[in-house]
Design a protein. Structure first.
Length: 94
């Protein structure tokens, strides 16, 4: 079987999480993921429309926990831990 050349950069975890969340929510244009990383950890913070928080989190945390497991396995390949948090848009900034 012939191997195809792919010159594209692999998608970052933040971009991959954004794509997954956009497929779930009602307001995909309001999904934003911030990423902070160092040599041992990757921190991802999800920002979304307040009406979509319940969908992102899921019943009993099922959706966000499933994403944490999958992304945790991906980050483990680089010997790092990952955290995924959902920002509380109801809380004032500052």
């Amino acid at each position: 079987m012939e191997e195809l050349e792919d010159d594209t950069e692999p998608m970052g975890l933040d971009e991959l999480l954004t794509e997954n969340l956009m497929a779930l929510v009602e307001h995909p244009n309001k999904v934003r993921v911030e990423m902070i990383e160092n040599e041992t950890m990757i921190g991802l913070t999800v920002h979304c429309d307040p009406q979509d928080r319940g969908i992102v989190i899921g019943r009993g945390g099922n959706n966000i926990n499933a994403l944490r497991v999958v992304f945790g396995h991906m980050a483990a390949k680089t010997k790092r831990r990952v955290t995924i948090e959902v920002a509380d848009s109801r809380r004032p900034h500052g």
